[in-house]
Design a binder for this molecule. Structure first.
Ligand code: NAP
Length: 231
């Protein structure tokens, strides 16, 4: 994999290239087609990314203390737990954000997790579902109706989970960027036009967010871009 920015490197160490700053950090990771589709015709993101995206995805996970995922994505993509590669350190817990708690406690993301899966929800969530998910993993309550994402992040950070990787989806990413909680966007531009339509990487974003390009990696026509949120 080549690095083009911040300095050209022919065969870059991807893990080092995407190392986040120490301490609290929230990066949002996505893959999209050149026309901005986040899913292919099959309705999931799996078919969009190639080898370059896979390497960056794995490296981003290796740096994360916790992997934050919206319930919509967990349902569509049939999320499992983090399974680190060789030399990657311990698995990061998956933290699923959901108000409705339409999540299956018997799903692999709970039953196969080495680091217990966290469910981040609000006080108004159905109590019976909350109890069942608390047995399958553990539940954090932040906010009354919707999840208060700032409070949720504070709670995770208080547990030492400082470096957060959000893997989407678009609703959760839009809320994080809209609330000024995201520090970095890592986006792979897959060399394809899907014609699939549908969502873009942020949905219902309120207000415009400025981004500053800090990293460009390239592998077999895939561009893996890193942007800092301009404040
Ligand atoms: N290309 C990529 O890299 C990529 C990455 C991720 C996802 N995707 C695609 O994106 C699609 C899913 O999009 P989406 O927008 O539905 O995904 P999403 O953001 O993962 O899920 C939305 C759901 O997350 C929960 N949620 C999000 N923010 C919340 C908040 N502040 N408070 C409480 N709950 C909150 C809610 O769950 P409840 O309904 O349970 O309350 C909401 O319905 C899928 O097709 C997936 O394949 C693509």
């Amino acid at each position: 994999m080549r690095q083009l920015l911040p300095v050209p490197v022919d065969d870059v160490d991807v893990r080092e290239a995407v190392r986040p700053p120490a301490g609290p950090w929230l990066r949002v990771g996505f893959v999209e087609s050149v026309e901005g589709a986040v899913v292919d015709a099959a309705g999931t993101s799996g078919g969009l990314g190639g080898e370059g995206d896979r390497r960056v995805f794995t490296a981003l996970r290796a740096h994360a203390d916790v992997i934050l995922v919206g319930a919509g994505t967990a349902r569509m993509e049939r999320y499992g737990p983090h399974r680190p590669g060789p030399g990657d350190g311990p698995p990061a817990p998956i933290a699923l954000v959901s108000a409705a708690l339409d999540l299956d406690p018997a799903a692999p993301v709970f039953t196969e997790a080495v680091a217990p899966t966290i469910v981040v929800t609000s006080a108004a969530a159905p109590a019976d579902r909350r109890r069942a998910l608390d047995r399958a993993g553990r539940v954090i309550v932040a906010g009354d109706q919707r999840v208060d994402l700032a409070e949720a992040l504070e709670r995770l950070r208080a547990e030492g989970l400082a470096s957060v990787l959000c893997e989407g989806g678009p609703s959760l990413a839009g809320a994080l960027f809209g609330a000024g909680l995201a520090d970095e966007l890592c986006v792979t531009l897959a060399p394809t036009l899907t014609g699939a339509g549908g969502k873009r990487i942020v949905e219902r974003l309120r207000g415009r967010v400025g981004l500053r390009l800090i990293r460009v990696l390239e592998h077999q026509d895939e561009l893996c871009l890193g942007y800092l949120v301009a404040r």
